[in-house]
Design a protein around this ligand. Structure first.
Ligand SMILES: Nc1ncnc2c1ncn2[C@@H]1O[C@H](COP(=O)(O)OP(=O)(O)O)[C@@H](O)[C@H]1O
Ligand SMILES: [Mg+2]
Length: 257
């Protein structure tokens, strides 16, 4: 089982868009996927039109077992949503001993998935600390512009500091260039710089595509909403690249070589 968080402390860089469409795409390739929303903005429930009786807040605060929060959307595709109450969970967590390990306890009991993907809030608070303690891999969606690249470099520093402080060994295993426009000079320059700074880790870019903006309004992934769009092609390619990474052991060999 691969546990991957879609993280960047910068907002608006396509974390949620990537989490939703990567999860949907992997499940369509016969992988058993659980998508978990850890952002109190609760965009996953909206983006995939999920009605859930219980959310991540209920599981984290011990109100219900985690299994009761899971909603099956399609064959191989399960989701746990959040809502704005997750903000209260931050307060709850901060009053627990081992406050950064609660998510690991809660999700650690789940078995049988090929992938657990976690959509993260754009902050570095206790929710993200919990996510970093649970996941083994980080995918960093990065907008292909100057400020986006700056955030990516800061993410690398943050991850190494957090690993040092908490004794984790979580790794950035994919950098995903987003909002890419091949006619734009800054996009092309930034993509080149990303390849130089993160050799072997940068995926094919995700182009700016209006269908990706529209799909959440209809509660559908890009593969259901507009399967022939550039957005579906780009996320389809990302799915293939993620599957080609194989096991985490192979990923580690690539990083070390
Ligand atoms: N490739 C893309 N093309 C066009 N719009 C996009 C693309 N990726 C994301 N968006 C839009 O950009 C906005 C921010 O994306 P979102 O996934 O919510 O970012 P984050 O979760 O990082 O805050 C949303 O309106 C989303 O629809
Ligand atoms: Mg988001």
């Amino acid at each position: 089982m691969r546990t991957i968080c879609i993280m960047n402390h910068k907002g608006g860089v396509a974390k949620t868009t990537t989490a939703v469409n990567l999860a949907a795409g992997l499940s369509r390739q016969d992988k058993h996927v659980l998508l978990v929303d850890m952002d109190p903005q609760s965009n996953i429930a909206l983006s995939l039109d999920v009605k859930a009786n219980f959310t991540m807040y209920d599981a984290l605060t011990g109100n219900v077992p985690i299994e009761n929060c899971i909603v099956t959307l399609a064959k191989n595709f399960d989701v746990i949503t959040s809502k704005e109450t997750l903000v209260k969970a931050e307060y709850y967590l901060s009053n627990q001993s081992n406050s950064h390990l609660l998510l690991k306890d809660v999700l650690g009991s789940l078995k049988g998935y090929d992938f657990i993907l976690v959509d993260c809030p754009p902050s570095l608070g206790i929710l993200n600390q919990n996510i970093l303690a649970f996941c083994k891999e980080i995918f960093v969606p990065t907008s292909t512009d100057f400020l986006g690249f700056d955030a990516l470099k800061k993410m690398r520093l943050i991850v190494s500091k957090i690993n040092e402080s908490y004794g984790h060994d979580i790794k950035i295993t994919k950098v995903i260039p987003t909002l890419f426009d091949r006619r734009s000079k800054i996009c092309k320059e930034t993509l080149r710089e990303m390849h130089e700074a993160f050799p072997k880790l940068v995926s094919s870019p995700i182009r700016t595509n209006s269908k990706l903006k529209e799909a959440p309004k209809y509660g559908k992934s890009i593969f259901k909403y507009a399967k022939s769009s550039p957005g579906a092609k780009d996320y389809g390619k990302l799915v293939e690249e993620v599957l080609a990474m194989g096991s985490l052991r192979i990923v580690e060999e690539v990083i070390q070589s």
